[in-house]
Design a protein around this ligand. Structure first.
Ligand SMILES: [Zn+2]
Length: 157
């Protein structure tokens, strides 16, 4: 059974299918820690949207029309769909939710990276924001089935 039959435009179905099943495994393994990290972020509101960085550019009027308030809402009311540890020990969490755009609600993913401030306290940095595409992110935008990304779409997904 080929999961990428859901997404016929995939450039490399075999590769993406194996990445997708790996995604599911890792997501399952870190499900509890994703929930814990997310709960702590909501409790402490210890996240930052760095100015002049990718996240802010993405939120600018020309690109996505996503405000800091929208990002805050997604973090607060969204769902942590993935948590993983990078080789440098940092943790990346993706929170998925919706924001209001005109009269519609659009899906938004907010990837956050855990860092430590000078007092040794945990701070989460919003790395970017993007509108997930439903052909690439199935199960209500929670499971990624195609990893072709920029090669296919010219942007992060
Ligand atoms: Zn693909």
């Amino acid at each position: 059974m080929c999961e990428n039959s859901l997404y016929p435009d995939c450039l490399n179905p075999e590769d993406c299918e194996s990445k997708s099943s790996n995604w599911v495994k890792v997501t399952e393994r870190f499900k509890d820690s994703a929930t814990k990290h997310h709960e702590r972020i909501i409790q402490k509101m210890n996240y930052l949207i760095p100015s002049g960085e990718h996240a802010e550019q993405r939120m600018s009027a020309n690109e996505r029309m996503v405000s800091s308030e929208d990002v805050k809402d997604v973090i607060e009311f969204g769902e942590a769909i993935s948590s993983r540890r990078a080789s440098d020990g940092s943790i990346k969490l993706i929170v998925s939710g919706y924001y209001k755009f005109g009269k519609a609600y659009l899906p938004l993913h907010v990837p956050l990276i855990r860092q430590w401030n000078e007092n040794g306290e945990e701070v989460w940095i919003v790395k970017t924001v993007y509108n997930p595409i439903e052909e690439v992110w199935v199960d209500n935008f929670s499971r990624k089935v195609c990893f072709c990304g920029k090669r296919r779409f010219g942007g992060s997904l």
